[in-house]
Every structure is written in C-alpha cells, then in structure tokens.
Design a protein around this ligand. Structure first.
Ligand code: NAP
Length: 262
C-alpha cells in the first residue's frame, strides 16, 4: 500500500526514545521529513543518525515541552527547515504516579502541563499551516489509563482523558479543512520507561520484575504486550493519504485489555 507520505513534513514530540522514536523511524521510512523533539540532545542525535541510515531526513530540537515558548520554538524551526508542517504526532509523556490517597494536586498539574497542554499548544500552533494547505494529520498518543483508571495512576489517567476530550473538540474544529485528528491509546508497550515503571512496582511488591511482566502479559487477551514499532505502524497509517475518512477517533492498542463497548 502506498501511504502517500513521500515528501510530507512531520513533528514527533518525545521522539528520542520508545514509541516516539519508532514513530520517527516509521515516518522517515515512508519518505517523510521529521523534526524530532525531546530534552536530551545526545539521544536525539542518535535518532537522527538512525533516520539517516534509513535514508530519511530530519533535524532535532532539544527543548522541555512544558512551556509555550518551547512549543513555539519547535514549530518555528520546523517551518524554517521544511517550509511547512503536514503531520503532528503528540507523544510526549512522563507522569509521576502515586497512590490516590497520597496524591498531590501538583503531581496532576505536572502531568497535565506536559502531556495535555503541550498537545493542545502544538496542535494550535501547527493548525494554521495545515489550513493553508487544506491537509493535515494530528495523531495524539494517550493511553488506556484515560478510560480505565486505577488508584495508582491518576495523573496519567487525567492527562489521557483530557487528550481524548481534546481530540474530539479539535477534530470538530478542523475536519472541514482536511485536517484529521485522531488518538491512539496504547496499553502496556515494551519501552524502557514501561519496564522501569514495572520494575519500581516489583521492588515495592518485593517480587521479580520478569515474573510480574509475565503475569501482566498473561492477563491480556493478546497474551503479550505491544512492541513500540506496532504502535508506530498505526501512527504512520493515521498520518497517511490513505487514511482519509477517520475523524476524532480513539483507537485502543492494548492487547484487547479494555472492557465495555468502544
Ligand atoms: N509504554 C507504555 O506502556 C505506554 C502505555 C500507554 C501510553 N503510553 C504513552 O506513550 C507515550 C510514549 O511513552 P514511552 O513509553 O515511549 O515513553 P519514553 O520511552 O519515556 O519516552 C518519552 C519521550 O518523551 C521525552 N520527554 C519526556 N519529558 C519531556 C519534556 N518535559 N519535554 C520534552 N520531551 C520530554 C523523552 O525524552 P527526554 O527525557 O530526553 O526529554 C522521551 O523521548 C507517552 O505519552 C506515554 O504516556 C505509553
């Protein structure tokens, strides 16, 4: 299938590691030029090297995305480098979670500042350029905690549910301009961060992390967690010309974990 991504221009936030890095690879492989964004320059340089090896083209902006100024810088530098922007993948996220009985409002504020406000700001900043070309794709990476809350992950859940709301509202506002806004909700995905989180849980519960991961995987109808490349493949499809009639949708890539009707 020709995805029609050749020559498109993308920004992927949180793309120095994990799911974001795989999204940058997947888009570059299809001929899209990619701006990769995170705080750690050394990791971004490594991703650029990988993009180069794929035969793609990209550049990096090392910023902390919790401020409006940083979001503006990313978009300005992309416009300068690529002359426009067609695709935005909002993926950044790193909430600290504590049990709801000890949870501070600051913890929720921090999660929202990074994962929800940066998604909204980035979308608002790229939409004028997408409107100019009457074509755009915005893909948000939320997560299962938005609709399946648990006492231990309220900051992540609040940030994710905000994104689900925003996806629908943004989609309503810009669908008429050929801009498709959709969200993917991954479940447990094999990244360093997910392993570190489960490791912390294993230490807390005084048990072996591999045993815990195996137990979590066996609870899933799929019997295994996702690989970040599997999430990235669907991102590439949602970013494509081929995906032309999907508006404000939320796709669950959680190994079948979610209960209830969609
Ligand atoms: N992995 C899972 O099981 C899972 C499940 C559900 C949802 N998700 C969601 O998927 C997304 C990616 O998760 P992941 O596991 O791939 O995470 P990850 O491996 O920790 O990657 C997070 C990325 O965000 C960047 N980042 C973190 N804080 C930042 C900040 N303040 N400003 C700019 N960049 C920042 C990180 O680089 P720097 O640290 O260098 O800035 C890194 O590139 C997140 O939104 C997460 O909530 C993941």
């Amino acid at each position: 299938m020709n995805l029609g991504l050749e020559g498109k221009r993308a920004i992927v936030t949180g793309s120095s590691r994990g799911i974001g890095r795989c999204c940058a690879h997947a888009l570059a492989r299809e001929g899209t030029r990619v701006c990769v964004v995170a705080r750690t320059q050394s990791e971004l340089s490594q991703v650029l090297k990988e993009i180069d090896e794929i035969g793609g083209e990209g550049f990096a902006v090392a910023v902390d995305l919790t401020s409006q100024e940083s979001c503006q810088r990313v978009v300005c530098e992309t416009i300068e480098a690529f002359g426009g922007v067609d695709i935005l993948v909002n993926n950044v996220g790193a909430a600290k979670n504590t049990d709801v009985l000890e949870l501070s409002a600051k913890c929720i504020d921090d999660a929202l500042r990074l994962k929800s406000y940066s998604y909204l700001r980035m979308a608002q900043l790229v939409i004028p350029y997408m409107k100019e070309s009457q074509w755009g794709r915005i893909i948000n990476i939320a997560g299962g905690a938005g609709t399946s809350p648990s006492r231990g992950n309220i900051p992540t859940g609040v940030a994710n549910v905000t994104i689900l709301n925003m996806t629908r509202a943004l989609s309503d506002a810009v669908s008429i301009d050929g801009i498709l806004v959709n969200t993917i909700c991954p479940g447990l995905t094999n990244t360093i961060r997910a392993r570190a989180q489960q490791n912390a849980r294993a230490v807390f519960e005084n048990r072996d992390v591999e045993e815990l991961l195996q137990e979590l995987e066996l609870e899933l109808p799929a019997g295994r967690m996702a690989e970040p490349e599997e999430i990235a493949n669907v991102v590439a499809f949602l970013a494509s010309e081929t995906c032309s009639y999907m508006f404000g949708s939320s796709i669950y890539m959680d190994g079948g974990a979610r209960r209830g009707t969609p």
